[in-house]
Design a protein around this ligand. Structure first.
Ligand SMILES: Cc1cc2nc3c(=O)[nH]c(=O)nc-3n(C[C@H](O)[C@H](O)[C@H](O)COP(=O)(O)OP(=O)(O)OC[C@H]3O[C@@H](n4cnc5c(N)ncnc54)[C@H](O)[C@@H]3O)c2cc1C
Ligand SMILES: *[C@@H]1O[C@H](CO)[C@@H](O)[C@H](O)[C@H]1NC(C)=O
Ligand SMILES: *[C@@H]1O[C@H](CO)[C@@H](O)[C@H](O)[C@H]1NC(C)=O
Ligand SMILES: *[C@@H]1O[C@H](CO)[C@@H](O)[C@H](O)[C@H]1NC(C)=O
Ligand SMILES: *[C@@H]1O[C@H](CO)[C@@H](O)[C@H](O)[C@H]1NC(C)=O
Ligand SMILES: *[C@@H]1O[C@H](CO)[C@@H](O)[C@H](O)[C@H]1NC(C)=O
Ligand SMILES: *[C@@H]1O[C@H](CO)[C@@H](O)[C@H](O)[C@H]1NC(C)=O
Ligand SMILES: *[C@@H]1O[C@H](CO)[C@@H](O)[C@H](O)[C@H]1NC(C)=O
Length: 530
């Protein structure tokens, strides 16, 4: 579109809004501020969408991963969605947002378990970073600059394009966004060797509450520490990360062996609980526990445990390792498949390794249902009778899963204050509880079930605090809103579970960099009154 036409359209647009808007003066104020800041320097075609824009709804829906938060009636909608093409668009949104007291939610991949990147109870704006997703891989320096709106699949794809012996230790779901994922920790199949995604960050760019673009040097080590595990949103808008690439062998090995209780899964899991975190750091072996039907009419059910493994080496080295540590699994060479690391990315994403690699670039999540999740850390093996109670509870909700991920290896070597992510040495494994369903009227039933299971687990998991993984956000742990206690007391309910002793330092950083608490949501780090 020619610039002059565009300006004309723009003024008509502003006019129509100022005439028709009944919602609030803040909206008008925001728009006028936004347009005055950006249209001279960088074009804003397709950057801001109001509720009347024809793309508004599809854009809003585009990265909603959990139907609990997309219902057309119940979920509050943003006043505007802004999709920056340039950092100046982010700067303008933050500056105009602060001037007009508009709350800003930032969305990268949209995978937040409680929808906090696109739902709020107050008038708000979404900054959706879908257009800020360039990735520059530099094999010589074994690093890459990754914009926050890129998804993990794009990152893995771009690395594999340049090298078959480099990877990055982040999550296994390709549609997860690097903005949320890395700022909250981020683990995947090679985290026992290399730590979290957040442990492999060399630099970052962020827009702070004053609209300034900062890098590692200008933000200082305290803020740089906070955004590598403490969540991004509390501190600013992360524009990009500079990541450290890690070496992977030309060929890795995977297997998946499932056993039912009748086939000895219970005894295997008993043993796995103690050996999982002691395994060689090249070996990842997680256990997925679910309900399996044993008769075709679905009448008879049992528990099935699947052991999924990725080994950074050849099958002939893996088999003896497994025979030594978990002989009951009966692993043989014929159960193993060797493949490239990027093929293992497809494999753990649930694709066939024969699929073309560019399937990783697809931002559309295949799952389209409702879900609720929670997490726990386990420090002592759960007793046999404790596990029997788990089987019994699981059988009450057939659509549920437990994913048990062993810790140890590199995770035990990194100090628990090096980043805000505190779950390091002393953890045997993490549990993720996941329930999913497809009909809205089942929501209460499944969430109720999950809360019962969580109550049941209390004596068997970490205590004081009962720890949880920030990236598996769970508002049941507490929110910042709606009580009489001070912000700090209220927030420490969930804050100590996610961050333990690091919570205090996160609050100190927040108080310094965003004293008026502009960047906030139901579980953002509070700033203390001065
Ligand atoms: C299907 C699925 C699979 C998953 N698999 C894994 C896994 O293997 N390993 C793992 O560790 N986790 C996993 N997760 C959890 C995932 O890491 C978190 O949900 C993560 O926060 C998602 O990031 P996002 O950018 O996609 O989400 P978003 O919803 O966009 O953001 C999440 C949070 O981060 C904030 N945020 C996002 N971008 C920015 C930014 N640029 N600047 C500041 N704040 C920002 C948002 O406001 C929000 O509060 C999975 C989640 C799902 C739904
Ligand atoms: C959208 O259009 C409707 C109907 O034309 C109007 O009432 C409303 O104020 C408009 N909203 C905005 C934000 O322009
Ligand atoms: C492992 O391999 C053996 C021998 O080929 C086979 O009998 C067994 O079914 C395999 N197990 C799995 C889970 O594939
Ligand atoms: C279910 O299990 C019972 C008890 O073991 C058995 O008698 C019955 O035949 C099974 N039903 C089916 C359909 O397999
Ligand atoms: C992307 O993935 C979705 C969900 O699996 C699928 O429906 C769609 O066809 C895919 N798009 C492309 C271009 O492959
Ligand atoms: C996508 O979902 C459909 C329906 O649930 C399922 O049959 C299919 O296997 C899924 N595809 C992938 C790649 O997960
Ligand atoms: C939910 O709705 C469906 C279809 O309307 C109905 O068949 C089902 O019984 C309902 N389930 C519950 C738990 O109410
Ligand atoms: C908050 O305090 C007021 C006054 O002390 C009291 O009436 C009210 O019940 C309290 N609310 C909650 C949620 O505790």
């Amino acid at each position: 579109m020619a610039a002059s036409n565009f300006k004309l359209l723009l003024s008509l647009f502003i006019l129509s809004i100022s005439i028709s808007s009944t919602t609030s003066n803040n909206n008008d104020g925001f728009l006028q501020c936004f347009f005055s800041k950006v249209h001279h320097s960088n074009p804003i075609d397709n950057v801001i969408f109001t509720k009347n824009s024809s793309f508004y709804t599809s854009l809003l829906q585009s990265s909603i991963r959990n139907l609990r938060f997309s219902s057309s009636t119940s979920a509050p909608k943003p006043e505007f969605i802004i999709t920056p093409y340039h950092e100046s668009h982010v700067q303008a949104t933050v500056i105009c947002g602060t001037k007009n007291s508009m709350q800003v939610r930032v969305r990268s991949g949209g995978h937040d378990y409680e929808g906090l990147s696109y739902v709020a109870d107050v008038p708000f704006i979404i900054i959706d970073l879908v257009n800020l997703r360039s990735i520059t891989v530099d094999i010589d320096s074994e690093s890459a600059w990754v914009e926050a709106g890129a998804i993990l699949g794009e990152l893995y794809y771009k690395i594999a394009e340049k090298s078959s012996v480099h990877g990055f230790p982040a999550g296994s779901c390709p549609t997860v966004g690097v903005g949320g994922h890395i700022s909250g920790g981020g683990f995947g199949t090679i985290f026992r060797k290399y730590g979290l995604a957040a442990d492999n960050i060399l630099d970052a760019k962020l827009v702070n509450v004053n609209g300034k673009v900062l890098d590692r040097v200008s933000m200082g080590e305290d803020l740089f520490w906070a955004i590598r595990g403490g969540g991004g949103l509390s501190f600013g808008v992360i524009l990009s990360w500079r990541i450290r690439l890690v070496p992977v062998p030309p060929s890795v090995t995977v297997f998946n062996i499932g056993k039912t209780l009748e086939q000895g899964a219970g005894e295997l899991l008993q043993k796995w609980q103690t050996v999982g975190s002691e395994l060689h750091e090249d070996l990842f072996l997680h256990a997925v526990i679910e309900v399996a039907k044993t008769s075709s009419n679905g009448e008879n059910k049992t528990i099935k445990i699947s052991f999924f493994s990725l080994f950074l080496g050849p099958a002939e080295k893996l088999v003896p390792l497994m025979q030594e540590s978990l002989p009951g699994l009966g692993l043989e060479l014929s159960n193993c498949t060797e493949m490239s690391w990027i093929e293992s990315v497809l494999y753990f994403a649930g694709f066939s390794i024969k699929e073309p690699m560019d399937i990783l670039l697809n931002r559309t999540e295949n799952f389209s249902g409702y879900f609720k999740a929670k997490s726990d850390y386990v420090k002592e093996p759960i007793s046999e009778s404790g596990l029997e109670g788990v089987w019994k509870t699981l059988l009450e909700d057939e659509t549920s899963l437990l994913i048990l991920t062993p810790y140890g290896g590199k995770m035990s070597e990194i100090g628990d204050s090096e980043t805000p992510f505190p779950h390091r040495c002393g953890n045997l494994y993490k549990i993720q509880y996941l329930s999913s369903w497809y009909a809205e009227n089942e929501t209460e039933e499944h969430i109720g079930w999950m809360r019962r299971l969580y109550d049941y687990m209390e004596p068997h998991v970490s205590k004081s605090p009962r720890a949880a993984y920030f990236n598996y956000r769970d508002l049941d742990l507490g929110t910042n809103i709606d009580t009489n206690s001070t912000g700090y007391e209220q927030a420490s309910k969930w804050g100590l579970k996610y961050f333990k002793h690091n919570f205090k330092r996160l609050v100190a950083v927040k108080t310094r960099v965003d004293p008026h608490n502009f960047f906030r949501n139901e579980q953002s780090i509070p700033s203390l009154p001065s």
